[in-house]
Design a protein around this ligand. Structure first.
Ligand SMILES: Cc1ncc(COP(=O)(O)O)c(C=O)c1O
Length: 367
């Protein structure tokens, strides 16, 4: 089976973990601090804070901004459920808006219409590595918490993702472009938000035995063992990006000749992080549904995935918000999207195999 998104871990990461273990730093220590310093430079952000997961980053961002019960948070439905779950954790109410047809990112016009006096934050997602359209969202004057789990390498209109929103949240999960296995980062230029996150991520504040606390912390700090892996991955980011560019180009060339198989749009004013290669399968012209394509590719030993099913249609949210109106663009997309294998751990031949399998399956369904 050709894996969907295997991690690209090499001898450097293995050596860095061994060295960290020998150093005695199992928990947060000098490597986490170095990761914060280097990521702040890379992301062009004033402050970067290392956290236990992307989910924790999103959650603490909302808490640090004071989002709580009675508040509303406007967000997209085409995302990993964590984006929305943390809104529930904060005590606020998620307000789902539909997405744009081309890149499946939050529709800024609809987001504007969803803002009320109770809106305390907007959480867009940079799906697959394409930044959401941030300028019209910033103009709404509501704090922006950008879910950039897919977008560590992205730029929006000449500005680095991580330097734009009030808070930008990244993930170091096993499949991500900079992968530590687990982990997350918060980037912000707001001093008081950075200080609040610092207080919230650990249980304690102060030194030595005379500790004191001012807030109930979440214990969401990052271990040095994982920070050491992330630092190696950051060193390799450009080399890995070069491989992803070749893989994207191979898929682009292939799907251009396959009626009914269309990649999500990428805005050439931006730099796309090339995190996921997502296509839409139009059953009319591709001769079969997304699910049929996914099954047929699995039979060809090609693993694929779905990013993402609309969150408002998942059981928790259907039951919690039974009056949720339909979100037609997202709901249709949820039935049509398919993510193809993509990883710097794959060789060009691996991707050629995936392309050949896709061509065979397409020919069978349309022939
Ligand atoms: C869009 C998006 N947001 C948030 C997360 C949560 O990140 P983590 O798994 O590091 O908690 C993920 C993925 O894992 C994601 O894909």
């Amino acid at each position: 089976m050709l894996g969907f998104q295997p991690p690209a871990i090499g001898d450097e990461e293995i050596a860095a973990v061994a060295e960290t273990l020998r150093s005695g730093w199992l928990t947060t220590g000098p490597r986490a601090a170095e990761l914060e310093r280097r990521m702040a430079e890379y992301l062009e952000a004033e402050h970067v804070l290392a956290l236990a997961s992307g989910t924790a980053a999103l959650h603490l961002a909302l808490v640090a901004l004071g989002v709580g019960p009675g508040d509303e948070v406007v967000t997209t439905t085409i995302t990993w459920p964590a984006t929305v779950n943390v809104i529930l954790h904060s005590g606020a109410t998620p307000v789902f808006v539909d997405v744009l047809e081309g890149d499946l990112n939050i529709d800024p016009g609809l987001a504007a219409g969803a803002v009320t006096e109770r809106t305390k934050a907007i959480v867009p997602v940079d799906l697959a590595g394409q930044p959401a359209d941030l300028d019209p969202l910033l103009e709404l004057g509501v704090p922006l918490v950008e879910d950039a789990a897919h977008a560590a390498e992205s730029w929006y209109r000449g500005r680095k993702v991580g330097s734009i929103a009030d808070v930008t949240c990244f993930s170091l999960y096993a499949t991500k472009n900079i992968a530590a296995g687990e982990g997350g980062l918060i980037a912000t230029n707001r001093d008081e938000v950075a200080q609040a996150v610092r207080d919230l991520r650990l249980m304690r504040r102060g030194d030595g035995s005379r500790y004191d606390i001012t807030v109930p912390g979440y214990k969401a700090n990052l271990s040095d063992v994982l920070a050491a892996i992330a630092l190696c991955q950051l060193d390799k980011a450009e080399r890995h990006a070069e491989i992803r560019r070749r893989q994207f180009a191979a898929y682009d060339e292939a799907v251009a000749e396959l009626p009914g198989i269309t990649p999500l749009t990428r805005d050439d004013r931006d730099v796309h992080a090339l995190h996921l290669y997502v296509v839409r399968v139009d059953p009319e012209s591709a001769g079969a549904t997304r699910d049929e394509f996914q099954r047929a590719l699995a039979e060809e030993n090609i693993a694929t995935s779905i990013h993402f099913l609309p969150v408002h249609k998942l059981t928790l949210y259907r039951e919690r918000f039974p009056d949720q109106p339909p979100l037609p663009v997202a709901e249709r997309a949820g039935d049509e999207i398919l993510s193809l294998p993509l990883s710097p751990a794959h060789s060009d031949d691996d991707i050629a195999d995936a392309v050949a399998a896709l061509r065979r399956v397409h020919e069978r369904f349309t022939g």
